[in-house]
Design a protein around this ligand. Structure first.
Ligand code: ADP
Ligand code: ZN
Length: 524
């Protein structure tokens, strides 16, 4: 059998997709590989095909039980002998699975990382030939990744004690530099072949909306897109319940999905959506992992997610069939605070030591900030996302709201200088709110407490609205004239460009305003 026949006969596909063949060839040649591909690009076959062609067993390390179940079920259905080993098995099932594994009955074994260093698993590796270890969702090994799993660190230990080092293959959809370096280094990859394939999903349209009434905005959207299949993501179970109820009231076919529902309800709702019995899914981020529905026409975010990784992954569930899909994020001022709260809470729930906690928290807050900037940039949204993942497109995609909006450029140099000067002369010690209030000349307790009312630049922009000042300030952040420090109380500092501007070496700051100002511009 060669790889083409396996592709055709086992998986039923005629051709490889971008990146797949290179990864498979190098794996088969015995070289370590790292594949960085967006969700839906087809990572699984990249390790499953070599697994079927190698003489020994392949162990696939995967973080999620549901993911393992789905993949093993799909393999079994295709006639491949595969099994999973994780905490969902009973004692009896587990023993049986290990027995079969030792007899060489499985070609592919999916295992949770916690299982690797157990006595029975190690015994198996001494009996059987392990040809390859494939690490799925490899970003879980990195503390800079979005879902760090300490147990992933065990993979490196596991590899070290194997009698013969197998080929190592790692796959992830997270492409930031820090994560990539962590994967290569912590897993100890040897002369790896690394492939990053296109993050750009040209068929997806991106937009950020800031409506006064988000629910009404959703209803308006759905009204124009009746019968189409789509997902509405919310940040809390409560929002899912409320939106779902409202949609049903208004006569839309919708099902809810969140971690608070029973297994049966979740399964039923998921199937109703996948098999097109119900067009709209209202869900928290609990929905979607391992779901492969091709005809999702829109993904609406009722709340801003915590980072671009999450956003792009969720939005990316639209248009998997290559047809046009729309990804709209409804931003509201509360979204930032809610996410900050969630980040805080998440840190409290996890077992990290103090130093790790501070570090991770800062990374998370930084990611949240980059997500927030996405909601405020007037540049091409696609370009913003691609740049975040270390890819560069053109500056104009023609298929996002910003590219399709006519902006007029306004010179805001003087206003920008007022803000920057205030930040500088007050010692780069205050946050966005205090600086905005001070430059606007607001007279409140905070301003007085910090003596900002005594600053030369206090009230310089008193005849501008707070909204306008916030727009300029956000733009200065997006363009890095200003930077926010990390930590619980982020404060504004001058960036390099900011210093140059007030020193008079940088010429002009242009701010883009939509030609028609939307009537519903949120104040935050
Ligand atoms: P990922 O893990 O990258 O998110 P999957 O491995 O789940 O993606 O693959 C996404 C979908 O693409 C699956 O339905 C898979 O069967 C399909 N697929 C993968 N490779 C090919 C291919 N060469 N041709 C057609 N479809 C493919
Ligand atoms: Zn664009």
């Amino acid at each position: 059998m060669d790889k083409y026949r396996v592709l055709k006969e086992v998986f039923g596909y005629d051709t490889f997709r971008e990146g797949q063949e290179g990864l498979i060839d190098h794996t088969l040649a015995g070289r370590d590989v790292l594949g960085i591909m967006p969700t839906g690009a087809g990572k699984s076959v990249c390790f499953q095909i070599p697994a079927l062609l190698f003489s020994g067993i392949t162990i696939v390390v995967s973080p999620l039980i549901s993911l393992m179940k789905d993949q093993v079920a799909a393999l079994n259905a295709a006639g491949v002998h595969a099994a999973f080993i994780n905490s969902s098995l009973t004692e009896g099932q587990y023993r049986k699975a290990m027995e079969f594994a030792a007899q060489g009955r499985y070609k592919i074994i999916y295992a949770a990382p916690e299982r690797l260093m157990t006595e029975s698993f190690l015994a198996l590796t001494r009996q059987a030939e392990i040809s390859m270890v494939a690490v799925d969702e490899a970003h879980c090994i990195s503390q800079w990744g979005q879902d760090f799993r300490p147990s992933y660190l065990k993979i490196a230990e596991f590899l070290r004690i194997l009698p013969r080092r197998p080929v190592l293959a790692a796959y992830t959809a997270t492409a930031t530099k820090a994560v990539k370096e962590d994967i290569l280094c912590i897993l100890g990859m040897q002369n790896p072949f690394v492939t990053v394939t296109g993050y750009d999903r040209k068929n997806l349209y991106f937009a950020v909306e800031k409506p006064k009434d988000k629910v009404q905005a959703l209803l308006d959207y759905l009204d124009k897109n009746r019968e189409k299949s789509g997902i509405i993501y919310c940040n809390t179970r409560k929002n899912v319940e409320e939106i779902h109820q409202r949609l049903v009231q208004e006569g839309y076919g919708a099902v809810p999905y969140h971690a608070g529902l029973s297994e049966e309800e979740k399964k039923k709702n998921q199937e109703d959506f996948i098999y097109d019995r119900t067009p709209v899914m209202v869900a928290t981020n609990a929905f979607g992992m391992g779901i492969d529905k091709s005809n999702v026409r829109f993904v609406l975010h009722f709340n801003m997610p915590k980072d671009i990784e999450s956003y792009y992954q969720e939005a990316g569930r639209a248009g998997r069939d290559g047809e046009q899909g729309e990804c709209i994020l409804y931003y509201g001022g509360q979204d930032v605070k809610m996410n900050e709260f969630l980040i805080q809470q998440q840190m409290e729930n996890e077992e990290f030591d103090w130093e790790e906690r501070i570090l991770i928290q800062e990374r998370n807050l930084e990611r949240l900030r980059r997500m927030t900037f996405y909601c405020f940039t007037n540049e091409c949204l696609r370009e913003y996302i691609l740049r975040y993942f270390g890819e560069y497109g053109g500056n104009y995609c023609g298929n996002c709201k910003n590219c399709l909006t006519e902006f007029q450029e306004t010179d805001v140099t003087e206003e920008a200088k007022a803000i920057l000067n205030l930040v500088k002369t007050s010692g780069q010690r205050y946050g966005i709110q205090a600086i905005t209030d001070a430059v606007h000349g607001s007279d409140n307790a905070k301003v007085r407490q910090f003596h900002l009312n005594e600053n030369t630049y206090y009230g310089t922009l008193k005849n501008r609205t707070i909204v306008r000042i916030r727009q300029i300030l956000n733009d200065l952040l997006v363009k890095e004239y200003l930077v926010l420090t990390a930590g619980e109380y982020p404060v504004l500092h001058l960036g390099k460009k900011g210093k140059e501007l007030i020193e008079g070496t940088e010429e002009q700051v242009l701010l883009k305003f939509p030609k028609e100002q939307p009537k519903t511009l949120s104040t935050e």
